[in-house]
Design a protein around this ligand. Sequence first.
Ligand code: ADP
Ligand code: MG
Length: 314
Amino acid sequence: MTSEFEIIERYFKKKIKQTALGIGDDAAMINVQKNHQLVISSDMLIENIHFLKNTNPSHLGWKSLAVNLSDIAAMGSKPKWATLSISLPKINHVWLKKFTEGFFKCANQFGIDLIGGDTTRGPLSISITIMGEIKKNQGLLRSGAKINDDIWVTGQLGLASMGLASLKGKLKLAPRLKIKCLKALEVPAPKISLGSHLSRYANSCIDISDGLIQDLNHILKASKVGATLFLNDIPCEKFIHTSEQYHFVLNGGDDYELLFTAPKKNRSNIKKIAKKTNTSVNIIGAITHKKDLKILNEQGKSVTFNLRGFDHFA
Ligand code: ADP
Ligand code: MG
């Protein structure tokens, strides 16, 4: 019989690089740099709600951490430490090996120490708390958007929700596009390096996890402004335009791209840091004085859309 403690030793305790005290005591201890603030966020992933049963465990390990990293990126911060609380229906060594392989692949790529957590028996669920550092008062908030700011997004929207629809048999995709969409769904790439450079140039930022419209609305509400979006400028697959299935892009979710707003004068600097960090960025609209959200098509006509993104209790 393997004990809880053997599981922790074998799978979760790895070399730490930037932590005063890691796994093994009653609590971890970290040193925060002078004149910096700690940035903290938690996300839970529950089987059958956030991921399908039998999801590739290595992908799940990656994604559990990546979705948390995305929140830290959206604050303009650099992530450093994570805790992992996991409940497992039983001890399955093959599953644990693969899960932790994916988790630590992501952790190593982005320089994260796993510094603690909890391991219990129960329905499969994963809860991660991520911590990062940022120079004092440099955090990128939802409330900072200013009238006439450009609205930018990273990457391409809609891929993950297309992937999910295809797994559920609700959408038929060409084989190559399906592979791309499943990769976006299961192994999202958090935009850490761009995010950690943004606080100099952007006024506000959020990560798109519940759909473009819903997450943009969080910025609009917090900043007390409105926005106009240009449907044709939203970076997405050609398939979306030809099939006019814009809901994948507008209400999809699980994108984990960054949406940020910035003064027009910062365009060239933003393009520079995007190039330096190898991140694609596009301007998709502007912040307006009028407190509503308009989406214009190619002809400049306002299109109607569903305001709702993903909401657990809706
Ligand atoms: P306690 O009983 O004091 O809560 P635990 O036995 O739960 O301690 O945990 C022992 C050590 O292992 C602690 O440092 C804890 O943070 C760490 N730990 C437990 N589970 C995990 C996990 N899933 N991932 C990382 N660290 C873990
Ligand atoms: Mg415990």
